[in-house]
Every structure is written in structure tokens, then in C-alpha cells.
Ligand binder design. Structure first.
Ligand code: DAH
Length: 341
């Protein structure tokens, strides 16, 4: 067969084959078959030697035309196939924005955290700083240094969770008073929030593990009116300006004089109801002037320094503020409860 005829045959064959290409792999196969190193076009060029001299230019020209034609066909179809592929992919990957999303599981602050954030901000504003102490305490810090006598009922096994002869789980945050006075010279102005423990059965108003916030102020010339002013400021900011406050004489071994502080009942406004046992008042904290024995045991001279202290139930603040009537819900971490605050 003469080469010109061969070129023509290839031309016809190529058109059909390229037209029917299914994908890029097949297209590549065709490129190798016709334009590759041992492809059909190369084969024609290699047969050039056999062609008569006068026919060489025309055969050469036709071969080049064929080569360009195949190359163009290849480019055209490659572009088309790539575009199709891209469109198909885009279609498959479309996001349906009307589908409901996947909810991420976000945590939430416990009421304790809300309360302490508020309390801390309030006391920081009055120049206090925050102290912490260990939950596993010695009898000395929890009782002895706080002037609590050997035979005091709080020391009883019935009330206190002892670890061994020497260590116990602190029953209040008051030991932080002692630890602070031991390491820091007056003036002292601290609050100490933390977890405390008592050997109580769990019920709606008792939990063997609960929380307190302790306060201590020591300086020269601190008087009961400083205690009163500080507590009044705290109660009004925390519970509302319209709440009435009452200081009731009381007894704590580590303060003298001692007072319990009540605020007018939030449920009845002071009229008397079942919530306040028909007294019109709710108790919010214990307080007093630091006992000279306590100052002395912590290395401070009671003739030079005086101070006041107070302690309150952190759980109780949360319950009063959020109208919670069962202490247990504060510890269960049920998200349906926690997410309400
Ligand atoms: N520690 C006492 C308690 O757990 C509360 C308390 C009362 C703390 C009077 C004080 C205070 O600092 O002055 O019941």
C-alpha cells in the first residue's frame, strides 16, 4: 500500500476512534497508539526512505497534517473529558444546606461557677484576694487553731470524716484563715472558696460534700462596723438592694462576738411563709470578730491587730438565688438542669 493511502486510512480510523473515547484512560491509550514513540505516525516517518524522491515532499506534508490533526483531536477531547469529570464531581459533592446540622456537644457552667464568678468579682472590687487551702486537713488547722475545744461536738466521729488519727476532710473553709495568717503579714483581706465535707446523709437539704466561701480581714483598728459594712455591701449586691439585713447574736468558738446574718425572705418579702418557717428571715452566713486566741495561735498580737471573719454556704447562695429546693441537683450534673443557668 502506498503511504499516502495509508495516511488516509489512518485519518479515517482516527476520527472514529477519538469520537468514541469513553474516558481519559482510553484517550491516553489512543495518544500512545498514534503519536507515541512507536506510534503509527512515527512508523510512517520511518518508512520515508522507501518513498520516491519526487513524492517525498507531499508525503512529508500529509504526514505532518495527520500528526497535527491527531494532536488537535487529542487536545480537544481531553479538555472536554476533563470538564465533564469536574462537573460530575461537583454535582456529587453538593451540600444540601437544608439538611439539619450535627449538634456539637457544648458544656455549660454549673450554678456554682456562676455564683463564685459573681462573688469573686464583688470582693475583688473591695480589695480582697483569693486564697485556697487543702481539702485534706489536720485536726490542728480544722479545730485546734480555731479555738474549737477537744470536747466540741463538731470534732465527733459522727460529724467529721476522719482519714486517720491525724488527717480529716475539712468540715469548713475556716482553716484557710489560719493558713493565711501564718504565711502573710497584715493587712489581710481574703476570701477562700472551696469544697468541705461532713458525715451527713444525703437528702434534699444535706450533702456530705458541699461548698463554703470563707472571708477574713485583719489589720489594725478593724471594728465590728467594718464587718457590718462589708456584709451589708455583699448582701445588697448579691441578693438585691431592697433586701433587709439582720445581725443576730450567735456563738462560734473562733469569733467573739459572733453574729449570724439573716436577710429578709425572698419568697414572702418578710411577711412570713413556709420557706422562712414563718419568721420572715433566711439565714445566709456566720460571722464575727476574730477571737484573740485564734490571732495569738497564728502568731499575731491581739493588742495590735484585730479582724473579722465570715463563712457562708456556697450551695445555699445558689439555692436562694436560683430558687433551687433540692441540693442534690447541684451535684448530679444533669445537663437538662445545668443548661438552665
Ligand atoms: N465555719 C463556720 C461553719 O462552718 C462558718 C463560719 C462562722 C465561718 C463564723 C466564719 C465565722 O469565719 O466567722 O459553720
Amino acid at each position: 500500500m502506498d503511504l499516502l493511502e495509508e495516511i488516509k486510512n489512518i485519518e479515517q480510523e482516527v476520527e472514529k476512534k477519538f469520537e468514541n473515547v469513553k474516558d481519559l484512560d482510553q484517550l491516553e491509550e489512543l495518544r500512545v497508539k498514534y503519536l507515541g514513540k512507536n506510534g503509527k505516525v512515527k512508523q510512517i516517518f520511518s518508512k520515508m526512505g522507501q518513498v520516491d524522491d519526487d513524492k517525498k515532499p507531499i508525503v512529508g506534508k500529509e504526514t505532518n497534517i495527520l500528526k497535527n490533526k491527531i494532536q488537535n483531536l487529542y487536545n480537544e477531547i481531553k479538555e472536554k473529558k476533563e470538564k465533564e469529570l469536574k462537573e460530575k464531581k461537583l454535582k456529587e459533592e453538593t451540600i444540601d444546606v437544608t439538611l439539619p446540622g450535627v449538634k456539637s456537644n457544648i458544656g455549660h457552667k454549673n450554678p456554682f461557677t456562676h455564683i463564685i464568678d459573681e462573688v469573686v468579682e464583688l470582693f475583688l472590687g473591695m480589695g480582697f484576694s483569693i486564697e485556697e487551702g487543702p481539702e485534706v486537713e489536720t485536726e490542728y488547722y480544722n479545730f485546734e487553731a480555731l479555738n474549737i475545744p477537744e470536747d466540741h461536738p463538731a470534732r465527733d466521729l459522727q460529724d467529721t470524716l476522719y482519714i486517720d488519727d491525724k488527717y480529716l476532710l475539712r468540715t469548713h473553709t475556716s482553716p484557710v484563715q489560719i493558713r493565711t495568717m501564718e504565711k502573710q503579714d497584715p493587712p489581710i483581706r481574703i476570701i477562700a472558696p472551696g469544697r468541705v465535707y461532713r458525715s451527713d446523709e444525703l437528702d434534699a437539704s444535706h450533702s456530705p460534700n458541699f461548698h463554703q466561701i470563707e472571708g477574713l480581714v485583719i489589720d489594725k483598728d478593724i471594728s465590728f462596723s467594718d464587718l457590718k459594712g462589708t456584709i451589708e455591701e455583699f448582701v445588697h449586691q448579691m441578693y438585691g438592694e431592697d433586701r433587709e439585713i439582720r445581725f443576730r447574736p450567735s456563738y462560734f468558738p473562733f469569733t467573739e462576738p459572733s453574729a449570724e446574718v439573716d436577710v429578709s425572705c425572698n419568697v414572702c418579702g418578710g411577711e412570713g411563709c413556709s420557706f422562712c418557717s414563718y419568721t420572715g428571715w433566711v439565714e445566709v452566713l456566720g460571722s464575727g470578730m476574730v477571737h484573740p486566741n485564734v490571732l495569738r495561735m497564728s502568731g499575731l498580737d491581739p493588742d495590735v491587730y484585730s479582724g473579722f471573719a465570715f463563712g457562708m454556704g456556697w450551695d445555699r447562695i445558689a439555692m436562694l438565688k436560683y430558687d433551687i429546693n433540692d441540693i442534690r441537683v447541684l451535684y448530679e450534673n444533669d445537663k437538662r438542669f445545668i443548661h438552665q443557668f
